[in-house]
Design a protein around this ligand. Structure first.
Ligand code: ADP
Ligand code: MG
Ligand code: MG
Length: 883
């Protein structure tokens, strides 16, 4: 026989027993323990849930245990289950270890039958109340336990109200209530072929089973999936004696919060309903009153409620969300839990509680999740606003933006540049669309997943983005799209909500989020705790300034090629690429030099006193050339116009294009490979950096450039390039009469670099893990292709648990990183090591970087606050437990 204990009286539990009692059961036990007024009851362990679901029935041992606890409950209350004179009524409530509000079913007033209802009526002298309770019970039980459609009951209820000529449930007469119960019985008989159960014990066991079954209802499963609630075994079942908020005008029921859960303000808030029972407050049939009114309506009870709430908040050391019922003036607590709260409230409550002495700074830092911070830092659609949603897809980059719909990136970029608010709408995006994405308020694509190109770029830029909106039919040719029957033309205004994935017709009202004083305080706490440095990836002076405002301590990656993409410079770059010989290249180089110098000067100035890692040219050269189909088009035009000079030029470009064309550009002629074959390009860049540095030093500033060689995989590459870089630096510094030590290092992004890190570190002053490419090269996935082809399927079928381009794959890529850290420090103990891939701004990856001993993480400017918080949380989480 099974000797394990499955049932616990409230007196036997505590808040530490959440895993087996569920949040609700543990909360009720804890409140009982500290002497608050809780209607007595017991809880059946979550461990029973999988057993029940396996067998589909309640085992005999559990039945016996339930009977024992029920008998004890009867003793405590002096009432009897099924007694016509003094009936015990209970609620049967669900509750898992993690709160899933309203997801699983609760049954009230259980124990009522045709005899006990009369007993209750006599006992309370209130037959209306008794029959109202019975009516509710048959309906709830019929629906939840016997599986009859809720609607079937509602239809009968509506008919009865019409028959009696009333509109409110509360106006139903006793006779109507009695008639309703009989009609419900008939419905049950018709639908199930069996009468409505009259035996209270049968009712109870039926309800317990239904609660267990509700664990696997579709909405509960979906909820757990969306909320990423993993690894729970099931729900507990709490059986609790009923108290009644529907016993007249001195009775009520409600919910309350110790603080405002949307602003975090220290203001007792909530709502309540007089003469009502449990579900009525949430069901929305009657409009509840603001809890403030209770102060005048029931001053004594209100005072007691506030007192209990404050006590609970202190006890749990967190903001509480409570349910209560007042039965004839007496207050009962029915639930307490740590309140769900908006990101704004999360930050404010955490900081306020430190000031109030309730929390330590470390605890406060743990109270806000990186995701909450992420949402907080992006402008949002006003949650109160009524909006017309025309499609919902994957929320790929948080925040919201509105503007005119534009289907071409170039046009979006132009209009955006001119100060218009536009939304870029595309089937998907490619690197050519970056300009459009960055100048648009938001991007919407009809294809792709969370790691699609558009998503990655938008996140990097901190721009809102929704991807994979496959309900939208895009007619690029006619310049419109159709979503849910609504046709949106180019120039029409829509709002894209990257936090929720919603596409909204028109301009939705927005609420601005700013870095509040509380957020600055919280991040200050985090800075005091974290060990990792936090830098930003920034390519422009504007971004560098933004990064500093967010608290970045330097730039971990400044991509110089972004500077070449500027419309003014691209032709020069093309000239450079097209040129066959050094002599032909030189004029273009000379023209590019001052432009690069100016950029570097501004960026180094913005980051004065902080390190700035500048990566020398990385992409394949042919990326700067126009696409072949464009070239062919232009050639046709030139031929028609008999423009011989143009024809000759285009021929040259096409020839060069074909020479440089590669089967696998990602692993082709790029990175330091270009620097080795065409050293003059790298020399130019280094000269620009050195001259910018010199200019700033002369102005009395403290520029700290670091030069990074991309894609190094063999020690000989850095062995060749380092002296080249150093010579160029020395030449300029000597000429300018200054002395600045510039670190020269490598971007570690191919497996071979990790495996031979000891050799490379002999020459490198720093390593920066380029985890985007390192992930591509480790997995042999091409990121942009994978996102549109197999990656979604891999994630769906759980071949991959997480997208390795979002979160560092600890087992593979992570192992290479750890190897590189160990080997690198072996030969160069002082080497500076950081990360600059996308993952550098993601909490779990930051945790990995912390435990792997990196010196800093670098991420896009808007993610810097998140990185500061996550880096502090990593310290706290990974601290060995004190013994
Ligand atoms: P949920 O998880 O959906 O909130 P609950 O188990 O908390 O479900 O119960 C639903 C409603 O019924 C709540 O308003 C709750 O306060 C009320 N309720 C639950 N048990 C009792 C009881 N024993 N007496 C009176 N009201 C109850
Ligand atoms: Mg509840
Ligand atoms: Mg790279």
């Amino acid at each position: 026989m099974d000797q394990r204990k499955f049932v616990y009286d409230f007196e036997e539990g505590s808040k530490e027993m959440k895993t087996i009692l569920g949040g609700k059961g543990a909360g009720l036990a804890e409140m009982t323990k500290i002497g608050l007024p809780v209607p007595p009851g017991f809880t059946i362990s979550t461990e029973m849930c999988p057993e029940y679901l396996k067998v589909g029935d309640i085992p005999e041992t559990l039945r016996n245990e339930i009977r024992e606890h029920l008998a004890r409950l009867e003793g405590k209350l002096g009432k009897k289950f099924g007694s016509a004179q003094n009936p015990l009524l209970v609620s049967v409530r669900s509750g898992a270890a993690v709160s899933m509000p309203g997801m699983m079913d609760t049954i009230l007033n259980l124990g009522l039958n045709i005899e006990t209802v009369e007993g209750l009526a006599t006992l309370t002298g209130n037959p209306r109340f008794a029959w109202d309770s019975y009516r509710r019970f048959t309906q709830m039980y019929g629906n939840v336990v016997l599986g009859i459609e809720h609607n079937d009951f509602e239809t009968i209820l509506a008919e009865q109200k019409q028959l009696q000529g009333v509109t409110l449930d509360t106006d139903l007469s006793i006779d109507s209530l009695k008639a309703l119960v009989q009609k419900y019985f008939a419905l049950v008989q018709e639908k199930t072929g069996k009468p409505f159960p009259q035996d209270p014990m049968e009712q109870l066991l039926g309800a317990v089973g239904a609660v267990f079954r509700s664990w696997n209802t579709e909405r509960a499963i979906t909820y757990r999936k969306i909320e990423k609630i993993d690894g729970l075994i099931g729900t507990a079942v709490t059986v609790q004696s009923m108290v009644f908020g529907n016993m007249g005008s001195d009775s009520s029921t409600g919910v309350c919060f110790t603080r405002d859960n949307s602003t975090g303000a220290k203001h007792f808030s909530g709502e309540y309903l007089v003469n009502a029972q449990g579900e009525d407050v949430v069901a929305g049939i009657r409009t509840p009153k603001n809890i403030d009114e209770m102060e005048t309506e029931m001053p004594e009870t209100y005072r007691r409620l506030v007192e209990v709430s404050l006590l609970l908040e202190k006890h749990y050391r967190d903001m509480q969300d409570m349910e209560f019922t007042v039965e004839r003036g007496k207050l009962f607590m029915l639930q307490t839990r740590n309140a769900k709260r908006s990101p704004v409230a999360a930050v404010k409550v955490a900081v306020d509680m430190v000031v109030e002495g309730l929390l330590t700074k470390e605890e406060a830092v743990m109270r806000v999740t990186p995701t909450q911070l992420d949402t907080l830092l992006h402008p949002q659609v006003d949650p109160q606003a009524k909006v017309q949603v025309i499609a919902t897809a994957i929320p790929a980059s948080p925040g919201a933006g509105y503007g005119k719909v534009i289907f071409e990136s170039k046009k979006a970029a132009e209009l955006g540049e001119a100060g218009e608010k536009v939304i870029l709408v595309r089937q998907d995006t490619s690197p050519e669309d970056i300009d459009g994405i960055s100048k648009a308020q938001a991007t919407l694509t009809t294809r792709g997943g969370a790691s699609a190109h558009a998503a990655l770029v938008a996140r990097g830029l901190g721009k809102p983005c929704v991807v994979g909106a496959d309900q939208i039919k895009l007619n690029s040719a006619e310049k419109n799209f159709v979503a849910n029957g609504v046709c949106v033309h180019e120039g029409d205004v829509i709002t894209v909500n990257g936090t929720t994935g919603e596409v909204i017709l028109g301009q939705a009202p927005m609420v601005d989020v700013e870095q509040t004083a509380e957020l600055a305080t919280l991040l200050g706490y985090a800075d005091g705790i974290r060990r990792l440095g936090v830098r930003a990836n920034a390519d422009t002076p504007a971004n560098a300034h933004k990064a500093r405002a967010f608290g970045a301590e330097g730039i971990g990656l400044c991509r110089t090629e972004r500077m070449f993409n500027d419309p003014e410079r691209l032709p020069l770059m093309q000239e450079l690429v097209i040129a066959g010989s050094l002599e032909e290249r030189t004029p273009a180089l000379e023209k590019l030099l001052p432009m690069q110098r100016e950029d570097f000067e501004k960026i180094l100035e913005a980051m004065d006193g902080f390190p700035v890692i500048i990566r020398l040219l990385d992409p394949p050269l042919h990326e700067f050339l126009p696409q072949m189909d464009r070239l062919t088009g232009e050639m046709a035009e030139a031929e028609t116009a008999h423009d011989e000079a143009r024809i000759a030029y285009l021929q040259k470009v096409m020839k060069r294009y074909n020479e440089l064309k590669e089967f696998n550009p990602m692993i082709g002629f790029r990175g330091c490979r270009v620097g080795i074959v065409y050293p003059d390009i790298y020399q130019l860049q280094v000269r620009a950096i050195a001259e910018a540095t010199a200019a700033l030093v002369k102005r009395g500033l403290h520029p700290m450039p670091e030069i990074m060689l991309p894609l190094v995989g063999h020690v000989n590459e850095i062995k060749v390039l380092k002296p080249l870089v150093q010579e160029e630096l020395d030449k300029v510094f000597k000429r300018e009469g200054i002395k600045v030590a510039v670190k020269i290092g490598t971007m570690v992004e191919v497996p071979r670099a990790c495996l031979t890190a000891d050799e490379i570190a002999e020459y490198a002053d720093f390593f920066s893990f380029g985890t985007n490419d390192l992930t591509q090269t480790t997995y042999a996935y091409s990121r942009d292709d994978a996102a549109g082809t197999f990656l979604p399927a891999y994630l769906e079928s759980k071949i991959l648990d997480v997208d390795p381009f979002q979160t560092i794959d600890r087992k593979g890529v992570g192992k290479l990183i750890r190897i590189a850290v160990v080997l690198g420090r072996q030969t160069n103990p002082g080497i500076e090591i950081g990360i600059c891939g996308e993952q550098g701004g993601e909490a779990d990856s930051i945790d990995f970087c912390h435990t792997s001993g990196l010196d800093y993480v670098s991420c896009s400017a808007p993610r810097v606050p998140i990185a500061r918080l996550a880096a502090a949380q990593a310290v706290i989480k990974n601290r060995p437990a004190a013994s």
